[in-house]
Design a protein around this ligand. Structure first.
Ligand code: NDP
Length: 249
């Protein structure tokens, strides 16, 4: 059980984040969660109600510093503390290194997938030191597997995230705070539909062919690993693959 724990999840309105919010709520945690789509955030809050969980819906764009920097404080104002930060919000966009829009693509991805992770973690750390809490970063198998053309910026954002995980885990260990990444392969969410991927990369079954097990994960499977790491007292600085064997291909 996760009763009396306070969890903050970014990107809680959809996919992996929404499943994570629901799982922590089911485990008895109070959950704050962030996204831009208010309707979808409210739908997730409604699902949590069935478990009697206390929730805080935070409508914020994490790529905008003035909005992102309010998120941790609003959570602590409501629940009095913070035990777990799940840095999950992320986007996928397509541009090859020769594309004239490559730099624009790089900035958009870094400003969503990486910078808010550093900002929110910095703001959360004093509270996590107080609670002996932990951070789970939602990275990707693409942090190390760079074979899909046009995903360089995305891969870089996740590679940097994993390095942030290891560095922060090293520096925070003496304070009793753990930091881990999870590195999913393909998961059935809206991320690909929201990305401007070319048709040949979006065709049916392409991603299934890329995995040894020939399947996608469900968001709930990823949420289970996040929950596991949030309470795994002996795990820190780890980057956990959960990729249906994509890295093996
Ligand atoms: P979804 O598109 O289903 O969800 C993305 C979430 O991020 C939404 O809740 C969205 O909220 C939020 N988000 C995106 N941009 C912002 C922003 N600027 N401000 C606030 N919230 C934002 O995708 P997934 O669930 O698949 O993705 C979640 C994480 O998992 C990402 O970090 C992704 O890189 C990672 N991942 C996903 C994989 C997959 O195959 N699906 C594989 C490996 C990793 P809203 O739209 O309301 O703003």
């Amino acid at each position: 059980m996760f009763a009396n724990k306070v969890v903050l999840v970014t990107g809680g309105s959809s996919g992996i984040g929404a499943a994570t919010v629901e799982l922590f709520a089911k485990e008895g945690a109070s959950v704050a969660f962030v996204g831009r789509n208010e309707t979808r955030l409210e739908e997730v809050a409604k699902k949590c109600e069935q478990y009697g969980a206390a929730t805080l819906v935070i409508k914020a764009d994490v790529s905008k510093e003035e909005e992102a920097k309010t998120v941790v404080q609003r959570t602590v104002d409501k629940f009095g503390k913070l035990d777990v930060l799940v840095n999950n919000a992320g986007i996928l966009r397509h541009a090859t290194v020769t594309d004239p829009k490559f730099l624009e693509n790089f900035d958009e991805i870094m400003n969503t997938n990486l910078r808010p992770v550093v900002l929110l973690s910095s703001l959360a750390i004093p509270h996590l030191i107080a609670s002996k809490g932990n951070i789970v970063n939602v990275s990707s198998v693409l942090a190390t597997w760079i074979k899909i053309p046009g995903t360089i910026s995305y891969c870089m954002s996740k590679a940097a995230m994993d390095h942030f995980t290891r560095g922060a885990a090293t520096e925070l260990a003496p304070h009793g705070v753990r930091v881990n990444s999870i590195n999913p392969g393909p998961v059935l969410t809206d991320i690909a539909a929201n990305a401007d991927m070319p048709k040949d990369l979006n065709q049916d079954n392409i991603v299934e062919k890329l995995t040894a097990l020939g399947r996608f994960s469900e968001s709930e499977e990823i949420a289970e690993l996040i929950l596991y790491l949030a309470r795994a007292r002996s795990v820190t600085g780890s980057c956990y693959l959960i990729d249906n064997g994509m890295y093996l291909k």
